[in-house]
Structures are given as C-alpha cells and as structure tokens.
Design a binder for this molecule. Structure first.
Ligand SMILES: Cc1ncc(COP(=O)(O)O)c(C=O)c1O
Length: 452
C-alpha cells in the first residue's frame, strides 16, 4: 500500500531492506549529501565518516575530478557490450595492471561488479588453471555474501548460507591473531611459526595435489583489522610455491591505499598470484570489482573460454570512474599519505585512548586502517561482548555516542573500526580521536552501570 506524504525515514523503513539487520526498529539518519570526509543527513546534521562508507570511499565524498570524469562518460557512452572492446576499459585495465606487483611479467584483469563475485570468479580461474578443486580460506575472514563467496567466508555471515547452498571443496583454517592467539602463543614469531605449521598440515590433510588456491585477506578486515605477524604472508607464499597452489589476496578492503600502499602485498613485501579488488577502486562511487591475474597464469584462457561473464563486466561508467579515481590517488599521493601522515597520527591518538580507558584491550592496524578492541577485563582479555554471540551488550552505546557527536563508524561485536578517507587532515584526525575518546568514555560508563 502506497501512503502519500510519508517522511523519508518512514518510507525507507517501509520499502528498503537494509543489509544484515533485523528490519523492525531501524532508525539511522537519512543521508542526502557528502563532501570530503563528511556525510550530511536530510535534517542538515553533519557526520565525520570515520569508516569511509564501508571502507570504500578512500578519496572522501564528492571528489571533483572523479565527478567530472563520471559526467563526461555519462555524456559519451553508458553501456558497451562486454564482448566488444571499449576505449576506457582498455585504458583502465592497463592502469590497474601497472599498479599490480608483477612488473614486467604483466597481467590481465577481469571486471565484476562486487568483491563477492570477484572472489567467486578468482576461485573459478584458480580451479580451471590448476585442474584442482579445493580452496582454503581463514575462519576469521569475510569474502562476500553470495552463495560461493559466503562459503569462502570463514565467520558467521557464512552460516546463513548453510547447508543449502554451500560451494563444495572449501576448507577453513585458523590464521594468526596475536592478541587472541588460536595457537596459544604470546610471541608474534611463535604465532607465525605455529600458524604456518597449522596451514601446512591442513593442506597436507586435504591432499596437496587437490588444493587449487589459498584465498586470504592480507590484513583481516571486517573481522577486526588483524595485521599478521612478520613472516606469515611470506610463509604462505612459500607453501603455495612448494605445492603449485594459487595464492590469492582478497584486497577488497586493503587495496587502493587503505594500508599505506597500492596493495597490502606491496606493503608487506609478498607477491600473490592473483588479487581481488572492489570498494576503493572507484572510491566506492559506482559498483566495481575485479580479479587481477599474473600473465603466465592467465594465458590458460587464450586457448580455452574464460569461465565467467557478467552483463556489467567492464561497464564504461565504472571504468571512467576507476580511471579517474586512480589518477586522484596519484595526484594526492594518497597511498604514501596513509602510511606517513595518517598512520602515525591515528595510531598515537588511539593509543592515548587505550592508555586512558581500561575498557580498551588493544589498538592495532596500519595505514588508515585501525581497530579498537574492547574488553571486559584487561588482564584476562575477556571480550566486552562475545565474538559472534547473540547479544551486542552495551556496544550500541558507543555508536550512539559517536552519532550524537557527529561521527559515523561501524564495528563488529567487541571491535570498533577506524578507517577514515585518505584525505583526512591532521586536525580532522585529532577531532575524530577526541570524539572517539568521549564515546569510549560513555561506553565504559554504560558497561559499569550494566554491572552495578
Ligand atoms: C575483504 C572483503 N572481501 C569481499 C567483500 C565483499 O565485497 P562486496 O560487498 O563488494 O561483495 C568484502 C566486503 O566488505 C570484504 O571486506
């Protein structure tokens, strides 16, 4: 039933299904405009976007050069058949391959419209190339919510998918998590050693000759921004080399400057065989994802059909947006900015918060990609709310406090993510830290009250 004169908030709740949420009592702001690091709602309230949309809007909102390129493409061509060649697609693919870590070996790119389908297609490519079926991914990972990508996902957003539409052949393993070690270590070097032994044993138990790929987020993203201890990614590289396994980095979150380099592999000095990307590739302005694949692997498909295709593969509007976004990252030297300007200032600010509030267990991250993990007890490290539990306990207090003070950020369970656009100024970082400090104080008060 259509009701005339409804307010926007009511209309949204009535007609739109919001991802991952019970729909009954949602009351978020209605966002109508964005500029720089700020979002504005229909009532004119301003929110500092401290998680870059969904860790996608790396250039900030409304970048003028990207908008201009989008307008120009709209006026020229809005659709081009994926099976025919297209000018801006060629230019953009070349720019992406030049950004990839394979240097003179080169590579090619397949375009999708999301990170989820990029991961599904990457797996298809790895299976076709190796003639093997099995794929290993980490438990603490998110790779998308499609039938295949949800199976690849390690954490509880996979459970919705089971058992009806599980993709066969996916095996999960534990990756390092120094703060809550699955391997009972307290030393990062030992964590790396045991984690590598565990994954090697998992590969062997599955039969090395049946394992096509290991797919991993090079920094775990929405499961708490976990930076692996030194040597882990290099160890995975060596394991894959030893057994002819394709190493795929899911750089959907980490790509395009988020960790202080074009890709996380570059930052940590490890070169994968394939990279999946989305989000920051267009600064989130239009939907785009894709798979970058090293040239020697991709040659398989010169003689046999590529086992993937999408109506919107290489859509000209997405290509023009991505090309302009890459240029804007370069013009602002934003990958280096994330490493050299944002990382030290944000880390120092968040660590001051950690030192002040007992409720903070750990601050971790790199580039413009940080997490604050909350604990009920600093000594035992008991999480403030159970990971993947049914209740968020007092955590909503934190997000309400941020919102009340003009900031948006998202988190999961006992973790707050802090991942601002790469254009954030030093003053804006300091303001964000001050706002988070107050909100964490309110969280601590709410927790104390809940126990008294
Ligand atoms: C690491 C990672 N991979 C894949 C995805 C899925 O991407 P999309 O939402 O574009 O399907 C996400 C989304 O958050 C992600 O963080």
């Amino acid at each position: 039933m259509i009701v005339a004169g409804e307010g926007l908030e009511t209309k949204h709740a009535r007609y739109v299904l919001t991802p991952w949420m019970a729909q009954g009592s949602l009351k978020p702001p209605v966002i109508v405009r964005g500029e720089g690091i700020y979002l504005y709602d229909a009532e004119g309230n301003r929110y500092a976007d401290l998680t870059s949309g969904l860790i996608a809007v790396n250039l900030g909102h409304g970048n003028p050069a990207v908008r201009a390129a989008m307008h120009a493409q709209v006026d020229r061509l809005c659709f081009s058949p994926p099976s025919w060649f297209n000018d801006v697609r060629a230019e953009f693919a070349e720019a992406l391959v030049r950004l990839a870590p394979w240097g003179e070996h080169g590579g090619r790119v397949f375009f999708t419209t999301s990170g989820a389908s990029a991961n599904e297609d990457a797996i298809k490519f790895a299976r076709t190339i190796t003639g093997r079926a099995k794929v290993l991914t980490a438990y603490r990972s998110f790779h998308g919510s499609g039938a295949g990508s949800a199976t690849l996902t390690g954490e509880n957003r996979r459970w919705y998918n089971e058992p009806a539409s599980v993709m066969p052949g996916v095996v999960h393993f534990w990756s390092p998590y120094p703060y809550r070690s699955p391997f009972f270590t307290t030393d990062p070097a030992e964590e790396t050693r045991r984690a590598l032994q565990h994954v090697a044993e998992t590969v062997a138990a599955e039969n090395t000759e049946q394992v096509a790929a290991i797919l991993i987020e090079p920094v775990i993203g929405s499961n708490g921004v976990i930076v692996f201890p030194p040597g882990y990614l290099a160890g995975l590289r060596a394991l894959c080399d030893a057994h002819g396994i394709v190493l795929i980095f899911d750089e959907v979150m980490t790509g395009f400057g988020r960790v202080g380099a074009a890709f996380a592999g570059e930052r940590f000095g490890v070169i994968p065989d394939a990279i999946t990307f989305a989000k920051g590739v267009t600064s989130g302005y239009v939907p785009l994802g894709g798979v970058l694949l090293r040239e020697d692997l991709v040659r398989t498909f010169d003689q046999r059909p590529l086992p993937a295709g999408h109506t919107y593969s290489g859509h000209p509007l997405a290509m023009a947006t991505g090309l302009a976004a890459l240029q804007a990252y370069r013009d602002g030297d934003l990958y280096a900015r994330a490493a050299n300007v944002i990382e030290p200032r944000l880390r120092a600010g968040l660590e001051r918060i950690r030192d002040k509030h007992e409720i903070v267990g750990e601050v971790r991250g790199c580039g413009a990609f940080f997490a604050v993990e909350f604990v009920a007890d600093r000594t035992t490290r008991e999480p403030l709310v159970p990971w993947q539990g049914k209740s968020l306990g007092v955590m909503p207090t934190l997000f309400a406090a941020l919102k009340k003070r003009g900031a948006y950020a998202f988190g999961r369970y006992d973790v707050l993510h802090v991942a601002p656009p790469l254009i954030i100024t030093e003053d804006q970082i300091d303001e964000a830290v001050a706002t988070i400090d107050i909100a964490v104080g309110e969280l601590a008060d709410a927790y104390a009250k809940s126990r008294s």
